[in-house]
Structures are given as C-alpha cells and as structure tokens.
Design a protein around this ligand. Structure first.
Ligand SMILES: Cc1cc2nc3c(=O)[nH]c(=O)nc-3n(C[C@H](O)[C@H](O)[C@H](O)COP(=O)(O)OP(=O)(O)OC[C@H]3O[C@@H](n4cnc5c(N)ncnc54)[C@H](O)[C@@H]3O)c2cc1C
Length: 372
C-alpha cells in the first residue's frame, strides 16, 4: 500500500552515521525522512567508545579520519554539554624499542600531513599517565584527538536535521528497499534518494553490500577521577583492528567525564552472537591490567557488547550502488569519528558536487568490495 507520503530522501538507520547524513542532506534543502527499527542512537552507536581518533592504516583511512576530526573540531563550540566532547588527546603506548620505531614512523606519517604529534620518552609517558606500569618504552601523544558520548552526539545531529525539516520515525523497521521506495510492513514510502545507513545490518537489507558484524566487548569501572587523562591505546591495537582474525584483544582505555574508566577492546567474528564471552572479556581486562595494574582496584560496574559494521578492506561504503539507492555504512571501529566526513561526502555525491576528499576509495562499487 503506497503511503501517499513522498520524500526527497529516506535515511534508513538513526545511528550516528544516519543522523549525520540526515543533517547534511536536510541542510542541502532535501525533505528527509529517517526510519529506525528501534530507537535513535541505540544501535552500535550506543555500544561504542566515542574516541575521535586519527588512524593511518591506509592513506584513505587517514584522509577520512583527518577530514572528519576537523569537522568535529569545527562543531565543538556549538555542541551541548550532553555530548561530553573532551579534547583529551590520544597516547599510543609503546611497550618496547620495536614499538618505539613504530611510534617514530607514525609521527613521520602525521608530520607529512601537518598533523601535530609528540614522541614521549618513558619518563614523560609516566609523568603524563602515572597509572601506567613502569618499564614501558614511551609513546606518541596526538593532542588533536578527543572523546565524546556517541548516543548524545547522534541525538544532537538528528535535532539539527529536525530543525532543517527532517522527520524521524522510530520503531519502524524497513523490510525491503525497492527501486525508488522502501517497504515498512504493508506501507510503501517513496523517495528519490534512499540511503542505507543501517550499520552492521546494512547488508541484511542489501545483500550486495558485503558488511559483516564484528563483535566487541567494553567494560566500565566505577568512578576514579584522574585515573587516566588521555585515551590510552597500545600500539598493538593497530594490528588487532587491521587483521581480520577471528579473535583479538588490545589495551584501549578512556577517561569519561563521570570519572569512570571505559575499558576496551575486543574483536570477534562470531556472526550475530551478542552474548558476553567471559573468556574474551577476561582476556581483555587482563590486557588492560597488564598496562594499568591499578585497574585491579576499581570495580567493573557494567560490561556490554556491540557489533562493528566491518568491510573487507577496512573502509566504509559511501555512495550510490543502484538506481535511487545509496549507502553510508561499514565504518567498523571508526564510525563515531568518521560519521561527519562520511555524511559530507554522501551529500556532495547526491548533489553532484566534488567532495573535499577523494570519494572513490569509499565507493560501494570499488573492486575490493565487488570481489568480496
Ligand atoms: C566496542 C566498540 C567500540 C567502538 N569504539 C569506537 C571509537 O572509539 N571510535 C569510533 O569512531 N568508533 C567506534 N566504534 C565504532 C562505531 O560505534 C560504529 O562504527 C558506529 O556506531 C556505526 O554507526 P552506524 O550509524 O553505522 O550504525 P548503528 O549505530 O548500528 O545504527 C544503525 C541503525 O540502523 C537501524 N536499523 C538497522 N536495520 C534497520 C532496518 N531494516 N530498518 C530501519 N532501521 C534499521 C538500527 O536500529 C540502528 O539504530 C566502536 C564500536 C564498538 C562495537
């Protein structure tokens, strides 16, 4: 049954990526409808860490994270307190001399892109983060990185879209994307542009899009203000995130504005099994205590899991993949960071403008994706 409603654009999914797309498309004057199967900001966005981080796994990843981080910096003065934007910076922690070589390599890459970073000696690292164990080799401080509270950021982006005239419907699952329309139960809603921003579920709606769920655990402690002052990540995290192994853990902790310590992270390829894996969780916490022994004295008040939307080449899918059908999904462990850049690129492509960074590496039609 046709609903009689007509929209310029329908965005499927009100996670941080869909919310950011709704904002840019509505800012461009499109009449936007956002549909979410559950509720806004409640999917992987609510399960993530909210680290706004530059990553240089590939030149394309660095371009998208740097572009997006700059967009977050521009927004910072107008973000409400609820978003908890904290420009705390990241310290990449090196365990030994070999990892210090990796630190210097990372710094050279950043310098080549005019991204400020600072190599830390062991003594300076300890001075900045006294709760790290002694005997570490040093680290790299990236002051421009930040942390925020992802669900509140998604709600704020949707609020901006609403101010531009967008409509948001929750508890509204899209069953099917048809050429030029979506079907919700028996209702068919038409639009010129349909954006699949369903996160890890994007591939369920469009099997041509090779996106798989990559499970992660997080744990949060009780309040211990000042326990850590930066987002702290072991250099080995890069391997954990990069290589598509069935299971990995890495030391990755974050200071929250509540004084709690958010502890990550793990990666598993186990389909849609969202149950806590006690063994993996124990490995993750053990890894964290290895770097910060004082964590043993804090209580863990909650643990949870979420599904990163993963692609074969670690880059998201942004662009058109069929008539009327567009996608902004597959951001794996970087969707909070890259939501803003992705949404600008998507809106540029929809409008026929040239995006600020090359969009081809993110095309859903790129060869790595087509071959998957
Ligand atoms: C443990 C963990 C830690 C992370 N840490 C970070 C970090 O520090 N920094 C960072 O940048 N990223 C991080 N991420 C990744 C980040 O959370 C994700 O990349 C991002 O949230 C993906 O956002 P999304 O909008 O694409 O998906 P989601 O937030 O999952 O939103 C998709 C929405 O689509 C809806 N939906 C699905 N199917 C349908 C349908 N058929 N019809 C209608 N609606 C539908 C869902 O209900 C959901 O609300 C982390 C992820 C995890 C799991």
């Amino acid at each position: 049954m046709k609903s009689g409603e007509r929209h310029d654009a329908i965005v499927i999914g009100a996670g941080i990526v869909g919310a950011a797309c709704a904002r840019t498309l509505s800012r461009d004057g499109l009449k936007v409808l956002v549909l979410d199967a559950a509720f806004a900001g409640g999917g992987t966005t609510a399960a993530g860490m909210g680290h706004i981080v530059l990553m240089d796994d590939s030149p394309e990843q660095l371009a998208l994270t740097a572009y997006s981080a700059e967009l977050w910096r521009e927004l910072t003065p107008v973000l409400p307190r609820s978003v908890e934007m904290d420009p705390c910076g990241t310290i990449w922690v090196a365990e030994d001399d070999a990892q210090m070589d990796a630190v210097r390599e990372k710094q050279r890459t950043y310098a080549a892109h005019d991204i400020p970073s600072e190599t830390l000696s062991a003594a300076r690292l300890h001075g900045l983060e006294p709760n790290l164990r002694s005997g570490l080799a040093g680290g790299l401080l990236v002051r421009g990185d930040a942390v925020l509270y992802p669900p509140a950021a998604a709600l704020w982006l949707l609020e901006k879209a609403r101010e531009n005239g967008a409509t948001i419907r929750e508890s509204c699952r899209v069953d099917e994307i048809i050429n030029g329309a979506v079907r919700v139960g028996t209702e068919v809603i038409e639009a010129d542009v349909i954006v699949n921003a369903a996160g890890a579920e994007a591939g369920t709606l469009a099997p041509a899009l090779p996106i798989v769920p990559r499970k992660g655990h997080l744990a949060i402690s009780d309040r211990a203000p000042g326990f850590c002052r930066h987002q702290l990540v072991e250099l080995g995290y890069l391997t954990s995130a990069h290589v598509m192994t069935n299971e990995s853990v890495a030391f990755n902790v974050q200071p929250r504005s509540t004084g709690q310590v958010l502890i990550g992270s793990s990666r598993e390829l186990v389909g849609w099994d969202g149950a806590t894996n006690r063994r993996v969780l124990a490995r993750m916490l053990e890894r964290a205590r290895l770097f910060m022994p004082g964590l043993s004295h804090l209580s863990i008040v909650r643990t949870w899991t979420g599904f990163r939307p993963a692609t074969i080449d670690k880059l998201p899918l942004i662009g058109q993949y069929a008539a009327n059908q567009w996608v902004a999904a597959g951001h794996e462990g970087l969707g909070i960071t890259t939501s803003l850049g992705s949404a600008e690129i998507l809106a540029d492509l929809v409008a026929g403008r040239t995006p600020a960074i090359h969009a081809m590496p993110f095309s859903p039609m790129r060869s790595a994706v087509a071959a998957a």
